[in-house]
Design a protein around this ligand. Structure first.
Ligand SMILES: Nc1nc2c(ncn2[C@@H]2O[C@H](COP(=O)(O)OP(=O)(O)OP(=O)(O)O)[C@@H](O)[C@H]2O)c(=O)[nH]1
Ligand SMILES: [Mg+2]
Length: 433
């Protein structure tokens, strides 16, 4: 059965200057003829048309474009209507489209899914497009660009080819093993390349952590005793009054979060409840949550009022920790801390920001990084199979492991059966993409 023709508002929130409605499928071109009561414009050339409803009333004037398949985003016949971006215009046109036989509103990610199914993009590129649309910081954009426009896929395809080549060499050697040749030479050259490939895979898997931080943010926890000035610091770094500040110890009970863009990286600041022994149930829960935040943080700012008793809170050893002395205006500087600040006088805040920036700049070298758990798991499968192949004594076993590794890489781009996953993957996309 042929897929139905789908349509959706592909541009953002209304009202806007222009709203783009996309139509894809066999009925796309006839639908445009019906709406404009005119011949179609030349492919990929914008033309001004009056959009007319079935009852003969004018709905809008729009720039219309046709992209005949297979040279379109989805690979099917596509139409784009660039309407005036009002809610009423879009609603009227969508209603008109829904009334046309064979047309229905698209589901989330359905355009991308068709593009994938028609071989216009692979799975990694489809996921990359979804990331690109969601990108809010410069680094998220850069990472998504590598992914959406083929860089990441080329890496996996290159590896898969090398694995297939290695397997072919081993199998050829098996077939001709009773003939004369130089013993060990094939095995040696194959192992050499597999070791290099294994290292490349490992480095790429390590970059996943950078990918995760770029996507989900670099997490900075502000912790310390009640009244140390944590919420004041959060407000100062955020440049707005997010958290309540009072001189009552135990003001903050819950975790507060502020997202910042620092040097193109998403930085998530967390303000937490002051750490102390407490019999108050609400405060206890706040303190428990503060410890959760510490556990997940990439950097902990331990805030202590200068000259106060040293904080005994146990911060795990593997955590990147900055001890920050607060209320510099009251106490003067002290060498007991990595940094001293006064929120009141806005003193020491720039060095603190710089200390965070210094850390985020080191997160990513710019190399291609996996961005999804799905990709990471398959990469680990591939990596394990290559390790097994390197360990295997028998050539047959070695060849089989190389085949498994190539299959895992093929699943990442969708070159190998992933049918059962498609619903899950594309449902995370936005409508109109
Ligand atoms: N003099 C001076 N006072 C400060 C400074 N920073 C914060 N304070 C004061 O210290 C008190 C406590 O500040 P908060 O920011 O609420 O402290 P907190 O660590 O969030 O406290 P809890 O939420 O109770 O854990 C308030 O009265 C602030 O005005 C500073 O740099 N200098
Ligand atoms: Mg507070």
């Amino acid at each position: 059965m042929l897929p139905t023709t789908i349509f959706a508002l592909s541009s953002g929130a209304l009202p806007a200057g222009v709203a783009v409605v996309r139509i894809s499928g066999l009925e796309a071109l006839p639908a445009l003829r019906l709406l404009t009561r005119k011949e179609l414009p030349a492919p990929r050339q914008a033309a001004l048309r009056t959009i007319v409803g079935q009852d003969g009333y004018v709905l809008d004037q729009a720039l219309v474009l046709v992209f005949p398949g297979p040279q379109s985003f989805t690979g099917e016949d596509c139409v784009e209507l660039q309407l005036h971006g009002s809610r009423a215009v879009v609603a009227a046109v969508m209603k008109e489209l829904a009334a046309i036989d064979g047309l229905r509103a698209a589901e989330a990610g359905e355009f991308s899914r068709r593009a994938f199914e028609n071989g216009r993009i692979d799975l990694v590129e489809a996921e990359g497009l979804s990331e690109l649309i969601a990108a809010e910081t410069e680094m998220q954009r850069r990472l998504a660009v590598e992914q959406s426009f083929g860089g990441q896929s080329a890496l996996y395809e290159g590896w898969a080819k090398r694995l297939t080549h290695a397997r072919a060499m081993i199998e050829a050697d098996l077939d001709f093993s009773d003939e004369e040749d130089v013993p060990g030479s094939v095995a040696d050259s194959v192992s050499g390349d597999l070791i290099v490939l294994q290292q490349e895979l490992r480095r790429h898997v390590e970059a996943a952590r950078a990918g995760e931080i770029i996507r989900d943010g670099y997490k900075v926890a502000i912790v310390g005793r009640p009244n140390a000035g944590k919420s004041s610091l959060l407000n100062a770094l955020a440049n707005r009054d997010v958290a309540i500040v009072t001189d009552v110890a135990g003001t903050t009970r819950d975790v507060l979060q502020v997202d910042l863009d620092m040097d193109g990286y998403l930085v998530r600041l967390f303000d937490t409840a002051g750490l102390r022994e407490s019999s108050d149930v609400v405060e206890q829960e706040g303190i428990r949550r503060a410890h959760d935040v510490i556990g997940k943080a990439d950097l902990v700012l331990l805030l202590e009022e200068i000259d106060s008793e040293p904080e005994h809170t146990v911060i795990p050893n593997n955590k990147d920790l900055l001890r920050v002395g607060s209320k510099l205006d009251l106490h003067g500087p002290s060498p007991a801390y990595d940094l001293c600040i006064s929120v009141r006088d806005e003193d020491g805040l720039e060095p603190l920001r710089e200390a965070i920036r210094l850390r985020v700049r080191k997160i990513w070298s710019g190399s291609i990084a996996p961005t999804r758990q799905r990709q990471l798991e398959l990469l680990l499968d591939a990596s394990n199979s290559v390790s097994e192949a390197l360990k295997a004594g028998q050539p047959e076993l070695r060849a089989e492991n190389l085949r498994t590794a190539a299959v895992a890489l093929g699943r990442i781009t969708g070159a190998v059966d992933v049918e059962q996953l498609l619903d899950v993957i594309f449902s995370q996309f936005c409508i109109g993409k």
